[in-house]
Design a protein around this ligand. Structure first.
Ligand SMILES: [Ca+2]
Length: 250
């Protein structure tokens, strides 16, 4: 996904970037959620009612790139990847300006870093203000039962296996594999049920990671193996003072 600025800093328009799968038939490379990634949305300027001052940012491929000084909060809203009732470990890290943050445990340790444990959402505010144009990325890895590495994603590298949700996007309509919760269940707190669209602040994005398969047409592809919310603010203190909205799911 590539987002371009148009008509000033407050207008952000997205378009789908050709991918390596571009030589496949169109019908084969457009999963049922394709419209979500294409929509990206035109963002309204600052007339947004929220606790913190909005931070302008663009999304280049899947990287969040703020256009002014910023602080960042990362929230693991949930994870759901399992087979025959056994959970696969999932680990994650935040990368800001090349610095790695692992507040929820190491990316390379499926035991100490596992966030697929049905816990309530986890939140972390990086205690630092960053310069504009520094990119933010989220990495994630799933692990097999024997604790061997399974799939890895990093939002700094565009992938069909990561979806990005912003305010106004349609709610993902993807069934969870087996008895897992649906992607929509994991983001339920951020859904406007009147319009069936995502209701996020202008300074927020949600990443939906598929960590079971590299095939978007697979039944395993349910895009809730890890769900991460990124919130930008002016300072760590401002983020701390903001509403800490928790999602809940089974
Ligand atoms: Ca799943």
């Amino acid at each position: 996904m590539e987002v371009m600025q148009k008509g000033g800093s407050n207008m952000i328009v997205s378009r789908r970037k050709p991918t390596a799968s571009g030589d496949r038939p169109a019908s084969a490379r457009l999963p049922k959620w394709a419209g979500l990634v294409c929509l990206g949305a035109v963002l309204a300027p600052a007339a947004w009612a929220q606790a913190d001052t909005p931070i302008d940012f663009t999304i280049s491929d899947d990287r969040v790139v703020p256009t002014e000084d910023f602080a960042v909060k990362v929230s693991v809203l949930g994870a759901a990847i399992s087979y025959n009732g056994t959970d696969f470990p999932v680990t994650t890290q935040l990368i800001v300006d090349g610095q790695i943050y692992e507040p929820f445990g190491p990316l390379d340790d499926p035991e100490a870093g596992d966030v697929n444990d049905h816990s309530p959402p986890r939140h972390f505010i990086v205690p630092q203000v960053f310069d504009p144009s520094v990119s933010i990325a989220v990495a994630s890895t799933s692990w097999h039962f024997d604790l061997s590495e399974w799939k890895s994603r990093n939002t700094s590298q565009p992938s069909d296996m990561v979806m990005v949700l912003r305010n106004g996007d349609p709610v993902p309509n993807i069934d969870g594999f087996g008895d897992q919760a649906d992607a929509a269940d994991l983001v339920a707190t951020y859904i406007d049920t009147d319009t069936n669209t995502m209701s996020l602040d202008i300074n927020q994005v949600i990443y939906l990671f598929e960590l079971a398969t590299d095939d978007v047409d697979s039944a395993y592809a349910d895009f809730q193996d890890l769900v991460v919310l990124v919130t930008l603010g002016t300072t760590p203190e401002a983020l701390e003072a903001g509403d800490m909205v928790d999602a809940s799911y089974d």
